[in-house]
Design a protein around this ligand. Sequence first.
Ligand code: RAM
Length: 341
Amino acid sequence: MSSMWKKTAGAALLLTLLSGCHRQIVTQTTVSTSGPIRVVFIPKNSGNPYFDAVNTGFKKASGQLGFKYTQLAPATAEATNQIPIIQQQIQNGVNAIAISPNSTDALAPVLKQAMQKGVTVITVDADMTGSESSRNACVLPTDFSQVGSSQIELMGSLMGYQGKFAILSATTDAPNQNFWIAGMKQALKNPKYSKMTLVGIVYGNDDPQKSLLEAQSLLTRYPDLKGILAPTSVGLAAAAQAVESARDAGRVQVTGLGTPNQMRRYVTDGTVKEFALWDPSAMGDLAGTLAYLMAKKSVQPAPGVHFQVPSGGSYQFGPNNVLSTGPLLTFSKSNIGSYHF
Ligand code: RAM
């Protein structure tokens, strides 16, 4: 047996054990204690304009506070695709990982490993629902308990509270969409919505092409469909595109969560009357700030604890160490011109 120790700049110790023909690599990493605090943000996937807006917020916090910031995204939003990035960052001795998780089950073990190595782990935009002990704190863009019911009210008001509608979601594992869909199903029990029928939930995986195909197949499968509700910015733009090209605007109402920049065209041409979102960059700014303050040990999250952000304002952790920004905004022809993200 032979062994080799290698020291990296981030104080990572790599122990390679060679035994017979089995080569086992054991890594012992501690977070960097010298130099600027390093924060990485791992969005669900690359090429999604929503996360570009979140990234803008992180960059703002990094510019103001002086931490070193990197964004690293997997190509697609599959449940396991963020794991190698997290492992690499642990090995590099990053101080804080902020992540929009694609899955609770797939990511809980590796995020726990990161925490055990002293890395600050915060979830952003979506939480590790049911596995909150696998991250230190969470920054959500709005009060999640209101999202499902407000999306159903939006869909209902557009389709006259009656007829068939379908949900076009992101991935089957997405913790945020699944949380909102549970809220939608709960809201549908209200007698106000008794004439609305949810005919199905389809998944476009936050991939523009797959989302478009799913939206198109809903239109053919249900000729009497009155609405598509897409609680994902990728799905909403794809549903609007499908309805616009099928010249189904007016017959099929499209709404959900989306960015004003992606939806401007469809709101202007009347395909989409109303949709909702929050300010993603405000969430990124707070998440970057919190990651930095926690990595510096200036903030220790616990329910009820208040903290001041250096740029002004104060926040209080809720149950499970959750913070939220907000508010939930509704966009239409009358106000979309004022929003540029
Ligand atoms: C997509 C992603 C993201 C979600 C937005 C509304 O960009 O699924 O997680 O918050 O939509």
